[in-house]
Structure formats: structure tokens, C-alpha cells
Design a protein around this ligand. Structure first.
Ligand SMILES: [Zn+2]
Ligand SMILES: [Zn+2]
Length: 371
């Protein structure tokens, strides 16, 4: 069942880039502006586009469903974790790069909004592998067989991960309270030298006044992960991305890598963006309320001039299964920032605790002996 899927998807990709001297598939070389043939080292320069990367209007796009910008792609979908991605040419491994399980894949043909820009890979596979081993060797309490398992080279996949970015102007109406501190004198009794004495002390109190108003904000490139196959708490830690270096989308950069399709659509992506804008908007409101303390009882935000971009960001991914759980390791393909999930070895932790107790026990013994 997996075999025909693989070849179908490959057929779609074969037309892409063939080496002019030997006919093999060309691959993008991270950190460069060329594709190279892995067999004869022939190089092709990637044409550098001067095209501007435009922001698109959010509401106009949703109204028309952006029919002219949809691309139909043939991808494979993992039945375990529902990740949907293109397959890598020349790769026979049948493991899902997102969850590490054997792929029982189905080929799906879907219409997606085309990514208009991307950041090309800068970190090479070799560097990625180095970062991975370094991370592994820093894991004191990891089970030893995990290290052996994770060092398997085939498990590091270069993936272009889908993202949305949103720009918007916000107007927020709020109600709340402004708290102002003041000092008060309090009388109290206490016992001193067996006698009850009356004393006074200064205490800080807060007086609350009603507050309401409007604040305006302007947001640029609020970044939202459009994948559901990667743990958000780790992908957020891969930031920052050098979005100022985005290049117009060109298939040449994708050769030799895989591309994931978005699972969070344009509209739902904006819901996540609203969540990300909440904390900065609250800061604006608190500043507007002023005083020494602030309470916000209600807040209503209007979003105007919403524009978006759909882009791809480069991530090296390794997924491994250990005792029926999936652990993932991610590298920012631009900066080399590393994030990962890890299991803990209880045996190792227990041994360390016992060793720690032994040290404490030894100290107590020494003190006892010296007295
Ligand atoms: Zn060649
Ligand atoms: Zn999977």
C-alpha cells in the first residue's frame, strides 16, 4: 500500500529539477544560492527573484477563498499523527518524520493556499547532526538506549514547516479600575516584657477608582505555526526567526527537503494570532489606566486592516518512539537553536539521589566522629 503512494508522489516531483549532466535529482545546498547534484556535484544557480513579498488582504481572501492562489499538491498523510507532507526524493525510509512511526500512508490531493515566501535552510544536515549529538550528550538522566536509537542518521529530516503571519491595527475598548496607594496609621496592641502595650504603625492601602477608555495598537508579523504535528511549546522556543530575510517562494529551495502542508487554516490561524496579541494589548490597557495598580474587568478589540502572509520556515526534525511515547527534537534551520522533548531515566535519577544521600550521610558521620 505504501509503495504506490511513494512512487505517485515522486512522479509529481521528478519533473522538478534534473541534473543537466547526469539526470539525477538536484538538491538545494543549505546556506547557499545553488542546487547541487548529489552524484556528480554539478551546480545550478537559483535565480534570485527581485519580486516583493506582498501582504494579502485577509477578508478579501476569505470572501473569494483566494481561488487563483490555490495549488493542488499530492502529499502523503500519516495515519498515526495526521501530518501531511511531501515525500523526499530518493528516500526509501518509511518512517513519519513527525511521530517516528511506520507510515501507513494515504496519498491525498489537496488544495492549499500557496506559500509566497520562505527562509531557505542555512544549517546543513551535518551541522544538524552535530547539534543533535551535542544535545543528547547533555542529557544526564536520559536512558542510555535512547541515545543509541536517536543517533540513527536517517531520523533527521529537513522539513519546511508552514506558518502564517498577520499584520493588523487594533482598537480596544476597556473598563476597569485604577488603584492608587495611600498610607494609613493603624493602632494595634502587642506584648512587650510581659505587658500589653498599644502601638501604631503605617500601612499601605489601595483606593480604587473606575476607569474606562480606548487604546490603539499596531501589530506586524504576528507569527503563527500552521502545523498541528509539532509541539507548539517547542516551536515557539525556536524563535526568533529572521523574517527580514524572507525570499520569494521558489521550488529550487525545496529540492532535497520535505514540505509540510498547513493543517490550521487562514481563519483559525488568526484565532491563534488574537491569543498572541492579548498580552501586549493588556499591557497597553494597563498603561492607559495608570495609577499604582490596575484591574481590567472587560475588553473588546476590533481588528482592522488585517493582512497575512503564508510562509515556510526550515526545521530539522527527529522523532523517535521510546516505550510507546513519541519524543521530538527540533532545530531552527537558520540559527541552529535546539529544542527537544526527552524521557527521563528513573534508574539514573534514583542512583543520583542515593549517591547524594550517601554524601550527606558521610558528612554526618565525619562530624559525629570528630566530636
Ligand atoms: Zn549529476
Ligand atoms: Zn506521523
Amino acid at each position: 500500500m505504501t509503495e504506490p503512494v511513494q512512487s505517485q508522489v515522486e512522479d509529481k516531483q521528478v519533473q522538478m529539477f534534473k541534473c543537466q549532466s547526469c539526470g539525477a535529482k538536484m538538491q538545494f545546498v543549505p546556506g547557499s544560492a545553488v542546487q547541487q547534484c548529489p552524484y556528480c556535484s554539478h551546480e545550478n544557480a537559483i535565480p534570485q527573484s527581485e519580486e516583493d513579498i506582498h501582504e494579502l488582504d485577509f477578508h478579501a481572501y476569505l470572501a473569494t477563498q483566494g481561488t487563483e492562489d490555490l495549488a493542488e499538491t499530492l502529499t502523503i498523510k500519516c495515519n498515526h499523527c495526521a501530518a501531511e507532507f511531501s515525500t523526499e526524493a530518493n528516500v526509501t525510509s518509511q518512517e513519519c518524520p513527525f511521530c517516528g512511526s511506520e507510515i501507513v500512508a494515504t496519498a491525498v490531493s489537496t488544495k492549499h493556499i500557496k506559500p509566497k515566501s520562505l527562509l531557505p535552510f542555512y544549517i546543513t544536515r551535518k551541522q544538524g547532526r552535530g547539534l543533535f549529538s551535542k544535545w543528547l550528550s547533555g542529557l544526564w538522566f536520559a536512558p542510555s538506549d535512547l541515545k543509541r536509537m536517536a543517533e540513527n542518521d536517517a531520523k533527521l529530516a529537513g522539513m519546511y514547516v508552514p506558518y502564517w503571519t498577520y499584520d493588523t491595527d487594533t482598537t480596544t475598548f476597556y473598563r476597569g479600575q485604577r488603584g492608587e496607594h495611600y498610607w494609613d496609621t493603624e493602632h494595634y496592641t502587642t506584648r512587650e516584657n510581659g505587658k500589653t502595650v498599644r502601638k501604631t504603625r503605617r500601612v499601605r492601602k489601595t483606593r480604587w477608582y473606575p476607569a474606562s477608555g480606548t487604546v490603539w495598537g499596531s501589530f506586524d508579523d504576528v507569527l503563527v505555526l500552521a502545523s498541528e504535528s509539532l509541539p507548539r511549546k517547542y516551536t515557539e522556543k525556536l524563535e526568533p526567526w529572521d523574517l527580514q530575510n524572507l525570499v520569494p517562494h521558489a521550488d529550487e529551495y525545496l529540492s532535497g527537503f520535505r514540505t509540510e502542508s498547513y493543517q490550521i487554516n487562514l481563519e483559525n490561524g488568526f484565532e491563534h494570532a488574537r491569543g498572541l496579541m492579548d498580552a501586549p494589548i493588556r499591557r497597553l490597557v494597563r498603561r492607559d489606566i495608570g495609577g499604582d495598580e490596575q484591574r481590567i474587568s472587560s475588553m473588546r478589540t476590533q481588528y482592522d486592516n488585517i493582512t497575512f502572509k503564508h510562509l515556510l520556515l526550515p526545521v530539522w526534525i527527529s522523532a523517535y518512539r521510546y516505550k510507546n511515547k513519541v519524543y521530538r527534537f527540533l532545530i531552527n534551520g537558520r540559527t541552529g537553536e535546539v529544542q527537544g522533548e526527552r524521557p527521563w531515566s528513573f534508574v539514573k535519577i534514583l542512583l543520583a539521589v542515593v549517591a547524594g544521600l550517601a554524601v550527606v550521610g558521610g558528612v554526618v558521620l565525619v562530624i559525629a566522629a570528630s566530636q
